[in-house]
Design a protein around this ligand. Structure first.
Ligand code: MRU
Length: 359
């Protein structure tokens, strides 16, 4: 029997050790759990975006490494499996972070003890992510209360940084869920997030399931909504945040931050500590994943009978470029909402967080 994690993107079975994920490529039309039990299956799930979102990528990779160690716990295999998992997606730093956590857990152990220890570590990272996101929600809720002034609060978000992108709660959506639960009137503008439409396919699905009022808008309409005074704040997640507070997130985030600044709309980024790359001095050093041009040139959905299909949008031979992320300079960010509190997006702001962590 799986544990009772109904609203959870990855579940594990305490008796058999089986791991299942929601196949996010099928949402919002089909909710299907997928069993993962081998290193290739975990790698495929990450690289083909059956799981996606920085925190979930990290936790999935931890379970993937544990599966590889269960097959062969020797040093060489631990190293090789980590390298294979690390190569699945380049931008979300949670992937590297989680792999390092599992590797250092087993490093000084005799091989015979490694499988159990690696699995336990993955389970622990999963629980830690849930706790971190819940705490991000609490700090974000305080900000939303300050902004609400008794009227419906219009929060804009981009991509999916809800529980589908983490394990539970999410990062950017955690404050929204907490606000909704606390009875604060809240409405979410969900930008569709071309080319893969994580906003429309995942964020709107999540929010609707939870009963949170939301409206999907085309990515390009977000600036106009801000000009019309229809947005009280923007909250997005992050795939990697540099030590100077520059934020890398789904492509399109930067344009929202520019529009927010021009319209005096607060622009917050919600992220767990595991998304901060302390070795990365600025956003310029963050690797931006370039995905298949076909994602831009085509679109997937279902027809009137519910049959899945993918259609070409462009004429044959059309060239396209598909950078999956962008960097928002720290100066455009109103604050970083973490599980340890809200910090200024700057070297000194993150320095304060780092000092707090060392205490
Ligand atoms: O390409 P994806 O879907 O993995 O990108 C996800 C995002 O950019 C999210 O906004 C980010 O990971 C923050 S998730 C908590």
């Amino acid at each position: 029997m799986f544990s009772n994690d109904d609203l959870s993107s990855l579940r594990w079975d305490a008796v058999s050790g089986a791991v299942e994920i929601i196949d996010q490529t099928l949402l919002p039309h089909t909710l299907r759990w997928l069993h993962l039990d081998s290193l290739p299956a975990f790698c495929h799930a990450i690289s083909h975006m059956q799981v996606r979102g920085a925190p979930l990528i990290g936790v999935t990779a931890a379970f993937g490494l544990a599966a590889a160690i269960a097959k062969n716990p020797d040093d060489d295999n631990v190293r090789a499996a980590s390298a294979t998992l690390l190569a699945t997606r380049p931008t979300a730093v949670n992937l590297r972070w989680a792999l390092e956590q599992v590797q250092s857990e087993v490093a000084d152990m005799p091989p015979s003890q490694r499988a159990r220890a690696a699995f336990n570590k993955a389970v622990q990272l999963r629980a830690q992510d849930i706790a971190s996101c819940a705490q991000i929600g609490e700090y974000g809720l305080t900000l939303l209360r300050e902004l609400s002034a008794g009227k419906t609060l219009n929060v804009m978000t981009h991509c999916n940084a809800g529980w589908l992108a983490a394990i539970q709660w999410g990062t950017a959506l955690a404050p929204v869920y907490k606000a909704f639960a606390a009875g604060l009137p809240v409405h979410v503008w969900v930008s569709e997030t071309r080319p893969r439409n994580q906003g429309m396919n995942l964020t709107a699905w999540e929010l609707q399931r939870a009963g949170v009022p939301c409206t999907v808008v085309a990515d390009n309409s977000c600036g106009q909504l801000m000009r019309e005074g229809l947005v009280d704040c923007v909250i997005v997640g992050s795939d990697r945040t540099a030590a100077n507070g520059d934020v890398c997130n789904k492509v399109g985030t930067y344009l929202k931050a520019l529009a927010a600044r021009d319209n005096d709309v607060p622009f917050y980024v919600a992220l767990p500590e595991s998304t901060i790359d302390w070795h990365c001095q600025s956003g310029e050093a963050i690797p931006i994943e370039e995905r298949d041009a076909l994602e831009v040139l085509s679109i997937a959905g279902v027809d009137a009978s519910g049959q899945a299909l993918e259609v070409n949008l462009a004429s044959p031979g059309t060239r396209a470029l598909n950078p999956a992320f962008d960097v928002t300079p720290a100066a455009l960010v109103s604050g970083l909402i973490t599980e340890h509190g809200v910090f200024q997006a700057s070297k000194s702001g993150l320095g304060e967080l780092s000092a707090q962590l060392l205490k």
